[in-house]
Design a protein around this ligand. Sequence first.
Ligand code: 5GP
Ligand code: ZN
Length: 137
Amino acid sequence: MTDCVFCKIVAKQIPATVVFEDGDTLAFMDIGQVNPGHVLVAAKAHCENVYALDDAQAGAVFRAVARVARAVRAAFAPPGLSIYQANGKPAGQTVFHFHVHLVPRHDGDGMNLTWPVKNPPREKLEEYAAKIRGALG
Ligand code: 5GP
Ligand code: ZN
């Protein structure tokens, strides 16, 4: 896609600091570096979000995520690692080309995701699950 920043990185039209590459994925340093070692694993093809991935791309991306995560752990020994992936503006997506964040984590590092649990009754879980099962392809 012509004005997509990650497509430009994949096409080497703009620079990025690459750590890993295979046929379907490119992993490079996030320019913002929430903590040192913050890497993005992106699909090489322009897929806007998780819904656009085919099975081969989805498999390739998570293989790359796990492999790069092991390397980040070996390189930085962070006490924690968050894997974060946003789809759509309400989820916090700002670059609309599928990517996964690997963020090394430290106590008190200021990164925050509030998690407002609702703890609904079991019948609600059954109702929600039935909807999802019915929608599975
Ligand atoms: P999102 O909010 O969509 O999950 O994350 C987008 C990420 O892309 C941000 O963390 C931002 O720092 C990173 N980013 C945006 N533009 C560039 C760029 O040109 N190069 C690199 N390496 N990262 C970028
Ligand atoms: Zn793109």
